[in-house]
Design a protein around this ligand. Sequence first.
Ligand SMILES: [Fe+2]
Ligand SMILES: [Fe+2]
Length: 140
Amino acid sequence: MEKILEVEEIIRLLNEDFVGEIEATLIYVRNAFIMDRCDPSRVTGDIAIDEMRHMWWLADLIVKRGGKPRMEHKELDFGGDDLKSQLERQIALETEGIERYKQQIDAINDAEVVGVLKHILDEEKRHRKEFRMRLERINE
Ligand SMILES: [Fe+2]
Ligand SMILES: [Fe+2]
């Protein structure tokens, strides 16, 4: 695979990640309030804070390379109003992020960026596991 060296292209990819993190933050904050079971609500709220930290890390990388963070997001899909469909939606969001970060880690040739993306990737994997555990408990 040809490595991405162009700084503009790296900024563009980091901004895609940034928008994904805004989306996850907003969806999880809302869902944490809607969920009436204490444990999934608390876990979703805690993970929303992780996603906001990812925004900070990405914004730092973007600004250091001369870019500006894109403060926008797509239309939000919260996954409906029941706990099961919300957890399924949250698992899908983590999977999207995991796939995006994996591809970028392979493609980008910038050690600092790759280091941060690997750290975020590990956290997204842990998030997906946490949400999957709560989904399994509902299905029991
Ligand atoms: Fe994240
Ligand atoms: Fe996550």
